[in-house]
Design a protein. Structure first.
Lengths: 258, 617
């Protein structure tokens, strides 16, 4: 166990744990946009910054992103002060100029007393906050179909050469993890569209309902060694079939007992 | 031929040396970036062409050597004749025949090609006596401009790989690191971290594999020191890396070079191939059992890839974006393995430190910044070029004694050190010592060694805007403060240049800079607001003139200036002809007039006027 101090309180943490996890466990509320329990932290948003020092640093302090900073014995952490407030407010202020229509950002900014950005807003600005959650989850799935491309203010998340990503399997992980609902997809009939790529959805053999994309099904069958017919039925029909099977087994067992 | 023992290396060195001595007269043609741009490759070819036809006593094709950058770029193309050290500047292809006829055959000097100091009027024959060279001390650049970078024999003849032999013959890895630590060498890439300490940490790190990386990314506008070392003396970089590999226990190394340095890539590759052929790289180096090989990794030229963690990602084939370095790259670097990353110039210093000893190196420079530093002098300075000076020398000595002062004797305004992330120091700071700590204390930094001089015709707000724009374009865009913060900072700075800013905008810039500095992920963002912060620190007046008086004192910001023709106009019609917006009217020998509404402030008239009849108001 590692002993450290957070906001004046002595705390114990597991070796290798990141500061943010410990802070959250204590019920302390600090904003963090790019951090998500499913993926490795990258420190893009800088909102979870805290100020750290040590007894032997002679009063010297530094700001670090708590999502990436591993706990250390004797560390003294401050999660809220004027400097950190200014950093968080300025970051939200900057984001609000780039993505003025994002409700997610507006709500966060309100907490810092920001109604509108101090900078000229981009009226056509999209809601992408460049947190990389989508690209990280895609990479984790072993696909890396989308990635950050270009540089600086012009950076966007896209498929290779800005075209429909050949490696995308239409699993929607990126869209589901996106904190600002920026990534749009559409299911129409048996066609799913995401990242300008069309997929065929599997039709349930029983009820005719639409399930997942053929590519995603093949991916899961391979990764989890599932039987090839596993996705022939939708979840509901599968549950229904299992219930009937279970019921008949129980009846058979009862008959056998008599 | 494999050089598989140290005694074979010594024998080979004697042979190389003898061969060099046999060449009585050497003609060194500088093929550095500046001279090459001036056509020095054609000069070199011309020498060969004429000498192939002629049979001249003592002078053969072998006498003509192409070298890396000799340093005095402002006077290029350069041809130096050794052993006399005759220095011919601004040489043209058509001068070659005359140089052969007069100087090489008859020993006569060609006056028009000799360097005449514009300040004192003195004409110099020998390059070592020229003030530009006299004040310098060369360690990292010792061979650049003196040897043919293509020929390993040249490097061997001047003592190449002798430091490696010394290390392999009788030093333990810990002793090498101790020597380096004692020498006080600090990283020449800019941050100034103690090289010995870095190596020691890497050597101690538990791992099955360790990497040695050389940072040749050099992205600062106006900087070309590392380029000149890689182009002009590639073997010294390799030797430094092999010594490092021995000290830290590494078997694999990479040199990261930007693809915009094609000649550096070619010369380094040739050096690697030759070193491998002779057994100086690869398995069992010099029969010592040391195994180490080097590969070149070419970068696409993104500025951020000079940052250590981004560089390592780029080498690994990933997107060149930095990561937070709470676990330092010396412990968890390339492929998450312990990695030593040093700059080209740092590696170039290593062989000399090993050969001459730590105490000798530490006696040069200041106590906390030992040794020398290479700089590239650029901007409004008379003697643009590549220099190497002992640490602790003042800015004034560099700019006036070596650099020859401001171009056209104009008034000095500022010098930028440390590239875009560095800062601009004003005339009042000219007597500052150039070392790592003094520059940082004064709001600038050493950086990799770019030095850009500005005169009274530079606008400091415009300079800040220019470098902020550079950083906006080069920001990788991963973290918010750098991506969005620098973008907004640049927009606000542009607003000042356009004369549309208020005092509130300036305050917003100062507040914003604070957050960018403390919240950005990597060094690029953390030092990103420096172009603004250092100019507002020393040139607040200029900012206020733009904001309150709507004037640009440097006469640069187009929205705030007007071109007017004064009474000195002799009616030569030159300005009228070059005007790009048909804004100038007038007759021959009569004073011309500029229509301020039509004028697009391109400055073409100002540049062409020979009688200073155009005022910028």
């Amino acid at each position: 166990m590692v002993n450290l101090q957070i906001n004046g309180k002595n705390v114990q943490a597991r070796e290798g744990e990141m500061l943010l996890a410990v802070i959250k466990r204590l019920g302390i509320n600090i904003p963090a946009q790019c951090q998500h329990e499913a993926i490795e932290p990258t420190g893009n948003c800088r909102l979870c910054m805290v100020e750290i020092t040590r007894e032997d640093w002679g009063g010297w302090k530094k700001c670090v992103t708590s999502c990436l900073y591993p706990v250390e014995e004797g560390l003294i952490v401050e999660t809220h002060n004027d400097k950190l407030f200014e950093i968080r407010k300025t970051i939200l202020d900057l984001q609000l100029a780039r993505s003025p229509h994002s409700e997610y950002l507006q709500k966060m900014a309100e907490e810092y007393g920001l109604e509108k950005s101090s900078y000229p807003v981009e009226p056509d600005g999209d809601n992408c906050i460049m947190c990389y959650a989508c690209t990280r989850i895609c990479e984790l799935l072993g696909k890396s179909a989308i990635s950050p491309t270009q540089r600086g203010h012009n950076k966007i998340i896209a498929g290779p050469f800005g075209e429909a990503p050949p490696d995308c399997i239409g699993c929607l992980s990126c869209a589901h993890i996106c904190p600002t609902d920026h990534i749009k997809w559409n299911d129409e009939g048996d066609i799913r569209t995401i990242w300008n790529k069309n997929f065929n959805l599997i039709t349930c053999k029983k009820c005719g309902g639409k399930t997942i994309t053929r590519e995603f099904a093949d991916y899961l069958i391979e990764k989890r060694s599932l039987p090839p017919a596993y996705f022939d039925l939708c979840d509901k029909c599968k549950r229904h079939e299992t219930a009937i099977k279970m019921g008949s087994l129980v009846i058979k067992a009862r008959e056998a007992a008599i | 031929m494999k050089i598989d023992t140290i005694s074979k290396l010594d024998k080979w060195r004697k042979e190389c040396h003898k061969k060099q001595l046999a060449i009585k007269t050497k003609v060194l043609v500088c093929l550095g970036p500046g001279c090459l741009a001036g056509g020095s490759d054609q000069i070199y070819e011309e020498f060969l062409k004429i000498l192939e036809k002629k049979n001249i006593d003592n002078i053969s094709v072998e006498s003509i050597k192409k070298t890396g950058c000799h340093g005095f770029c402002a006077r290029g193309p350069l041809v130096v004749i050794e052993p006399q050290g005759i220095f011919y500047s601004k040489v043209k292809k058509t001068d070659v025949a005359e140089i052969i006829e007069k100087t090489l055959l008859k020993g006569e000097l060609i006056d028009k090609l000799l360097y005449k100091d514009p300040g004192t009027g003195t004409t110099y024959t020998e390059w070592r006596k020229i003030p530009f060279y006299e004040r310098q001390q060369k360690i990292a650049l010792r061979n650049v401009g003196q040897i043919d970078p293509d020929a390993i024999e040249d490097y061997i003849a001047v003592g190449g790989y002798a430091a490696l032999a010394k290390v392999l013959k009788g030093m333990r890895p810990a002793e090498v690191i101790e020597q380096l630590t004692k020498s006080g060498l600090r990283g020449r890439g800019g941050a100034g971290f103690l090289t010995g300490r870095k190596w020691a940490t890497c050597a101690k790190a538990e791992s099955d594999i360790r990497y040695v990386l050389c940072n040749g990314d050099e992205g600062d506008p106006g900087a070309f020191m590392d380029r000149c070392i890689m182009e002009g003396d590639p073997h010294t970089v390799l030797e430094g890396m092999i010594i490092c590999a021995f000290a830290v226990g590494s078997t694999e190394g990479y040199i990261y070079v930007r693809e915009e340095y094609p000649l550096a890539v070619v010369n380094l590759q040739k050096a690697i191939d030759e070193a491998r052929n002779y057994g100086l790289l690869g398995d069992d180096i010099l029969g010592s059992g040391l195994c180490f090989d080097v590969k070149i990794s070419k970068g696409g030229g993104a500025f951020v890839c000079g940052e250590s963690s981004a560089l390592m990602k780029s080498v690994a084939g990933e997107i060149g974006e930095p990561r937070a370095k709470y676990v330092r790259s010396v412990l968890k670097g390339l492929h998450d393995k312990p990695t030593v990353l040093n700059n080209v110039e740092s590696f170039a210093n290593i062989p000399v430190i090993i050969e001459k000893g730590a105490d000798w190196f530490a006696s040069i420079g200041t106590k906390k910044s030992t040794g020398t530093k290479a700089f590239s002098l650029a901007g409004k300075i008379r003697n643009t070029g590549l220099i190497e000076v002992p640490m602790g020398i003042t800015l004034r000595e560099i700019i006036y004694d070596i650099g020859g002062g401001v171009l056209d004797n104009r008034e000095f305004k500022a010098v930028q050190t440390g590239g875009p992330s560095g800062g601009c120091l004003p005339a009042a700071k000219l007597d500052l010592q150039v070392d790592f700590d003094t520059l940082t204390e004064n709001g600038s930094m050493m950086g990799s060694g770019g030095m850009v001089v500005m005169d009274d015709q530079n606008c400091m707000v415009d300079v800040a805007r220019y470098f902020l724009n550079f950083l906006v374009e080069e920001s990788c865009g991963k973290c918010v403060p750098c991506r969005e913060g620098l973008y907004q900072l640049h927009n606000l700075c542009k607003k000042i240049c356009d004369g549309e800013a208020t005092d509130d905008d300036l305050r917003l810039m100062e507040d914003l800079s604070r957050t960018i500095v403390s919240a950005s992920l990597c060094g690029l963002g953390q030092s990103g607001p420096n172009p603004f912060l250092s100019t507002i620190m020393y040139f607040r007046d200029e900012y206020m003139a733009h904001i309150r008086d709507k004037k640009c004192p440097g006469g640069v910001c187009k929205s705030l200036i007007t071109y007017r023709i004064n009474a000195d106009c002799d009616g030569c019609m030159a300005c009228l002809t070059v005007c790009t917006s048909d804004a100038i009217t007038g007759e021959k020998k009569k004073r011309h007039v500029i229509d301020e509404i039509k004028c697009n402030r391109c400055g073409a008239c100002y540049a062409v006027c020979n009688v200073n009849a155009i005022d910028i108001i």
